[in-house]
Design a protein around this ligand. Structure first.
Ligand SMILES: [Fe+2]
Ligand SMILES: [Fe+2]
Length: 319
């Protein structure tokens, strides 16, 4: 990129390119800003005759021993947990954005504004997903349990370095977009309300991933080799902690399915359901994101071959 300087073309500095990217993220955030009631919910309720989460995300091929009606019910339970997991992680993401904004108080004002808008949007998303939990809860049977404490989880996550938490956040915000574009957008059989929730969420997440990447590069530039290496270990631990939550939630959700689907299941069917739920959730929240080309590109620009192998080994142990 070049810019005019009194008639002499000079290369734009990395700072001005970064400033442009923050400014574009702010402009996009202003342009697409939406309202939960007016734009997303629009006084609609969920219809249990419709699927919520698409087959590509539930990995429905694992559940072909269920009737079509049961497969649809499974997509509704997984869709409810899918929305709740976003609500959970957005607590630490908004706190992270506000914490990072302090570094820009007396510096890059575009970065400061972009991070404040980012945190504000994540607060709105938490409210959106609280509303969605209530609306789905109105339609599905009692007994569903998602009792994670978002503050406890956020406090634990934020004990790690900004580098590790930013990397985890970038991973989440990239797979959010991929899920919408690759699985949700083109599925004609999904609940229109569920689809709209993730359409509007996707629109704001696109800016967040850009900001994550810019902040990650800024934070990385100040690290020593030893600090970065510790960050790799922390990222692996964070992915392990996410997996612990997914394993526990998958057991709860599979048990809820068995108790409320309206028939008895054999021990083998119950075993397959429990194993299938954990595979679905690992795919949704860990493995699909770890394959995203943008994530791999950013990662390979920051860490060396040995560190990449450590991350790959940790992911292989999960899959
Ligand atoms: Fe979000
Ligand atoms: Fe986000």
């Amino acid at each position: 990129m070049t810019q005019s300087n009194g008639g002499t073309a000079v290369a734009a500095s990395p700072e001005s390119i970064e400033g442009d990217r923050f400014a574009r993220a702010i402009a996009a955030s202003k342009r697409i800003r939406w309202d939960i009631d007016k734009d997303v919910v629009r006084e609609r309720v969920f219809n249990t005759a419709q699927k919520f989460l698409p087959d590509g995300l539930t990995r429905i091929e694992q559940f072909k021993f269920l009737s079509l009606e049961e497969q649809r019910y499974l997509s509704q339970i997984q869709g409810r947990t899918y929305a709740n997991i976003f609500r959970l992680v957005e607590r630490f993401v908004s706190a992270l954005a506000l914490t990072l904004s302090r570094d820009h108080f007396f510096g890059n004002q575009a970065a400061l504004e972009a991070l404040i808008r980012f945190a504000d949007e994540e607060l709105k998303h938490q409210e959106l997903f609280r509303r969605i939990e209530g609306l789905i809860g109105d339609q599905l049977p009692g007994g569903y349990n998602f009792d994670w404490n978002p503050n406890d989880i956020a406090r634990t996550v934020l004990k790690n370095s900004h580098w590790a938490v930013l990397l985890l956040t970038l991973h989440i915000e990239l797979f959010t977009q991929a899920h919408y574009k690759e699985s949700i957008e083109h599925d004609p059989n999904l609940s229109p309300l569920f689809k709209d929730v993730f359409l509007f969420h996707w629109k704001e997440e696109s800016q967040h991933a850009i900001i994550d990447e810019l902040e990650l590069i800024r934070v990385d530039a100040a690290l020593s080799e030893a600090e970065r290496d510790r960050g790799v270990d922390q990222f692996i631990d964070l992915v392990g902690a996410v997996d612990g939550i997914l394993q526990a939630q998958s057991i709860k959700d599979a048990s809820y399915f068995v108790e409320t689907a309206g028939r008895s299941f054999t021990a083998e069917e119950t075993r397959r359901l429990k194993a299938g739920f954990v595979q679905s959730y690992r795919w949704q929240f860990i493995l699909s994101g770890a394959q995203q080309p943008r994530f791999l590109k950013v990662l390979s620009s920051l860490i060396n071959g040995a560190q990449t192998k450590r991350i790959q080994a940790a992911l292989a142990a999960i899959s």
